[in-house]
Design a protein. Structure first.
Length: 262
């Protein structure tokens, strides 16, 4: 299998690395190397099966063999159970083998932007592209729906709402690797938007406010947003009518997101 994978340094701070044995760390990296970079299809007993980027069908034996002869099937089984508990992957049995799905593969293994692959592109082309960049989450979401997503090879509609929001917040805050607790908070934002309980424009204002103040976490966005909502603010144009933003975020209780911790 040709190609390479990204291994971000934030992995060193994750429980999946700190609390894993040498064998489990070996299995972890091997799983990343075995995952598909593009969609793969095959036919088995006359039926077509498809694995998306970040997925692959394998077996305990194949994983152990790829890791090296010093690892056993039991080592692999134990590691998979641990990684699934830590929400690094999902693991399910299929008719053709064991389907492994690396969670958030697109977020961490996203391909390079097309502009970076064409260094000879004229400056005017880059300027035109920059001028078309979305300024709000609504524009960003529509833009992702209209264009092919580089991380999956499929339309943006195929990407879970929470993952799309994660990417947007990461870009706005200038953070590549969000904390695990942040992912749970962002999922809550996405769910509230889907239920029409949260105005996405108000969330966008909270994101921009956090970025402006140098905050680099979703928990700070949550504090800002909760502060506004506690004052009855439901839209960005209502913010100026409230007291100063820094007062609106004081003494806002933080929800217990311990269940999202690694």
């Amino acid at each position: 299998m040709a190609g390479w994978v990204k291994l971000h340094r934030c992995l060193l701070e994750k429980a999946i690395w700190k609390d894993s044995t040498l064998e489990q760390k070996t299995i972890l990296v091997t799983l990343l190397l075995m995952a598909n970079h593009s969609e793969k299809s095959w036919v088995w007993k006359g039926k077509k099966f498809t694995a998306k980027p970040g997925q692959f069908v394998t077996s305990l034996e194949k994983i152990a063999a790829a890791c090296g002869s010093w690892l056993t099937n039991q080592n692999v089984r134990t590691a998979l159970a641990k990684f699934e508990k830590l929400e690094f992957l999902t693991n399910e049995s299929t008719n053709t083998g064991r389907l492994i799905t690396i969670v958030n593969w697109g977020l961490y293994q996203e391909k390079e932007d097309e502009a970076n692959k064409q260094p000879n592109r004229q400056l005017t082309d880059h300027q035109q592209t920059a001028n078309k960049q979305p300024n709000t989450y609504q524009e960003y979401k529509k833009d992702k729906n209209d264009k092919e997503d580089l991380s999956t090879g499929e339309s943006g509609d195929e990407i879970p709402h929470s993952l799309r929001l994660q990417k947007y917040i990461s870009e706005q805050l200038g953070v590549f690797c969000l904390a695990h607790t942040d992912l749970g908070i962002i999922k809550t934002f996405a769910d509230r938007i889907d239920r029409d309980e949260l105005n996405p424009l108000l969330l966008d204002a909270a994101i921009k406010h956090s970025a402006k103040n140098g905050a680099r976490s979703a928990s700070y966005i949550y504090k800002v947003l909760s502060g506004w909502e506690s004052k009855g603010i439901r839209a960005p144009d209502e913010i100026n009518g409230a007291r100063k933003e820094r007062d609106a975020v004081e003494d806002v209780p933080i929800l217990n997101f311990d269940r999202y911790k690694s």
